[in-house]
Design a protein around this ligand. Structure first.
Ligand SMILES: Cc1ncc(COP(=O)(O)O)c(C=O)c1O
Length: 397
């Protein structure tokens, strides 16, 4: 049966994730993949979790296997509230926290309650593809900005032409994919612009605590909790398989999101929330996170060193103090989609930068993940990629 005529306008405006498609190519065992945003499994506390899971089943009994409330397990929301207190000195009452099936669901729920067909959402160029996908799913229209400093002017033009943005989407810490972190002034400026044009900000913070050096900066939420919706996740700091994230927002916003979540999945599994709550309460989370950051720092340095050693002329890269990614730029005339085909023949994979540009730009850019591959594979993969880039250069010489 041909279902195409039956599809909704929302379904028709959905776009496939190039990353997910690339990942399926990159699973061949001979390929060294820098493509996915995968945490390193060595950071997963397997043994501790075995004990905690048993304990949860023994102490919580059937409640651990039952439906839970849509807002989420109170013990976990309390632990998240404590996390904000010790990390940022921020008071976040549990009434302002909604547990989500990781932050991808948060992006979906936010899009669902705010975006009407054609609505504009201002985001970065580049920006996280999963967020763009969520906006497109509700027929939203992401408007990409290359430089934060152009925000005021862009909002002015958009408002003057009847396209007032519904919200600004920002990943202020070690952004996916660029690795960039907004300065304090940039955060204050963005909040000021949101206040000037009466806009919401969606502040997505999965990498905030994957910091290798330097001090963490205040969240935009702390600057204006009334208009900032802050997203958090345990995917990069604990385990992605539990699919646990959360939204911090004022009750008037959270109430709407709770209703949206009721029709999405009723609740996030109580069992994984209870296990996470116990893990956090034991103090092991903070200890494990320190080790995770140390591991990723070393891996990032190894990848950067390998770039310095093997990359041909003209390739530029970022060197962030945290996160999971390095962002590379070839000279502007080259296309990383063409490079991808050569790289796959060389058995190395990455994500083409175009996937993160809602304006179709960024063709000469690419994202590389450094957290997942073994040290040997990082060095060997960079050698292969450098070799592929040389072949691309030679093809166009
Ligand atoms: C910026 C950003 N937001 C959200 C997500 C979704 O993460 P999760 O749904 O695992 O919490 C990711 C994943 O890579 C991300 O990079």
């Amino acid at each position: 049966m041909d279902i195409t005529p039956l599809l909704s306008q929302n379904a028709l405006s959905m776009r496939r994730s190039q990353i997910r498609d690339l990942l399926s190519v990159a699973t061949r065992p001979e390929i060294i993949s820098f493509a996915g945003g995968f945490p390193n499994p060595a950071t997963f506390p397997l043994e501790e979790l075995k004990d905690i899971m048993k304990e949860v089943l023994e102490t919580e009994g059937y409640a651990a296997l039952q439906y839970g409330s849509t807002e989420g397990v109170v013990a976990l929301r309390k632990e998240i509230s404590k996390l904000y207190k010790r990390e940022e000195g921020l008071d976040v009452p549990i009434e302002n926290i909604l547990i989500t099936t990781a932050s991808q669901q948060a992006l979906d729920l936010i899009s669902r309650i705010f975006i009407n067909p054609g609505d504009v959402v201002v985001c970065g160029l580049p920006s996280y593809l999963g967020a763009l996908q969520a906006f497109w799913s509700y027929q939203g229209n992401p408007y990409g900005l290359r430089h934060n400093r152009g925000l005021d002017e862009a909002c002015n033009v958009l408002c003057a032409t009847g396209k007032k943005p519904k919200f600004l989407y920002s990943i202020p810490d070690f952004q996916n994919p660029s690795g960039e972190t907004m300065t304090l002034e940039e955060r204050e400026y963005a909040v000021g612009v949101a206040q000037k044009y009466d806009l919401l900000i969606v502040e997505d913070t999965p990498y905030k605590n994957i910091r290798f050096s330097g001090e963490s900066l205040p969240s935009m939420y702390s600057m204006d909790p009334s208009r900032v919706i802050m997203l958090g996740t345990f995917s990069k700091t604990f385990v992605p398989g539990f699919r646990l994230g959360w939204i911090v927002a004022q009750p008037n916003i959270l109430d709407r999101l709770i209703v949206a979540k009721q029709s999405a999945d009723l609740c996030t599994p109580a069992f994984s929330q209870m296990v996470a709550a116990k893990y956090l309460a034991s103090g092991a989370y903070d200890e494990n996170l320190k080790k995770t950051c140390a591991l990723y720092k070393r891996k990032k340095e190894l990848m950067v060193k390998s770039f310095e050693e093997f990359m041909p002329e003209g390739v530029k890269w970022t060197n962030p103090d945290g996160g999971l990614f390095l962002f590379l730029k070839l000279p502007v005339q080259y296309d990383t989609r063409e490079l991808f085909d050569i790289a796959i023949k060389e058995n190395v994979a990455f994500v083409t930068g175009e996937a993160f540009h809602c304006d179709g730009g960024g063709k000469h850019t690419m994202r590389l993940n450094f957290s997942f591959a073994s040290d040997e594979k990082i060095v060997e993969g960079v050698k292969r990629l450098a070799n592929a880039i040389r072949q691309l250069y030679a093809k166009h010489a």
